[in-house]
Design a protein around this ligand. Structure first.
Ligand code: COA
Length: 175
């Protein structure tokens, strides 16, 4: 495969056995460079619990991004509820392991997650809050039809405040 070829990916619900993937994503210094740095073992275990239970809570969904050719988990994408400026919104976020970056996987997986959120007809707006210097993530937002509302002070993960871009997609309009 050449480096810009898009591999086929599918989304699978986050499972009980997916702690190793959380560790590779949120426990890694490079992966978390824009996300407040690697989390402790305790925080990673809490995050694994949250991801596995999110679907049943009715407050969002978290997915593994799976390479269709190999069945390998290559990243994460999801959406979850947040109160933002006194409104209930969905927030989305995505991560792809370094060996699989640069092939359009995050964009393709996020497009699938958007369609799932849209089909719920639950919240009108889906926001993404990438760091302004996270070029690939800002490119994904632009490509998938989000509108840039501006820069905001944003907390992620809990306790870590940084300037983020506020991108918003209207799920009530056709894709
Ligand atoms: C952000 C991340 C998920 C991107 O994953 P990816 O699978 O490599 O992304 P894609 O291949 O779908 O490409 C994203 C877009 O960014 C563009 N891009 C990549 N690097 C870029 C750069 N340095 N400058 C400008 N655009 C860039 C790509 O060209 C692509 O756009 P295109 O499809 O129009 O060509 C991945 O780098 C990652 O996991 N980073 C760490 C975690 C993180 O920061 N997550 C985001 C939190 S909001």
């Amino acid at each position: 495969m050449n480096s810009r070829e898009t591999s086929g990916v599918r989304l699978e619900p986050w499972g009980e056995g997916d702690l190793p993937l959380v560790e590779k994503l949120m426990g890694d210094p490079v992966m978390t460079a824009h996300l407040g740095g690697p989390e402790s073992e305790e925080k990673l275990a809490e995050r694994q619990e949250r991801y596995a239970k999110l679907g049943d809570s009715g407050k969002g969904r978290m997915f593994k991004i799976v390479d269709e050719a190999t069945g390998e988990a290559v990243g994460s994408v999801g959406y979850w509820e947040r109160t933002w400026r006194d409104q209930q919104i969905y927030e989305t976020g995505w991560m792809v392991l370094p060996a699989f970056q640069g092939r359009g996987i995050a964009g393709a997986a996020t497009a699938q997650a958007i369609e799932l959120a849209r089909a719920e007809r639950k919240h009108r707006y889906l926001h993404a809050f990438p760091s302004p210097d996270n070029a690939p993530s800002n490119a994904i937002c632009r490509k998938l039809g989000f509108t840039l509302l501006g820069e905001v002070e944003f907390e992620f993960p809990p306790g870590h405040f940084a300037v983020s871009n506020d991108w918003r997609l209207d799920l009530s309009t056709a894709a």
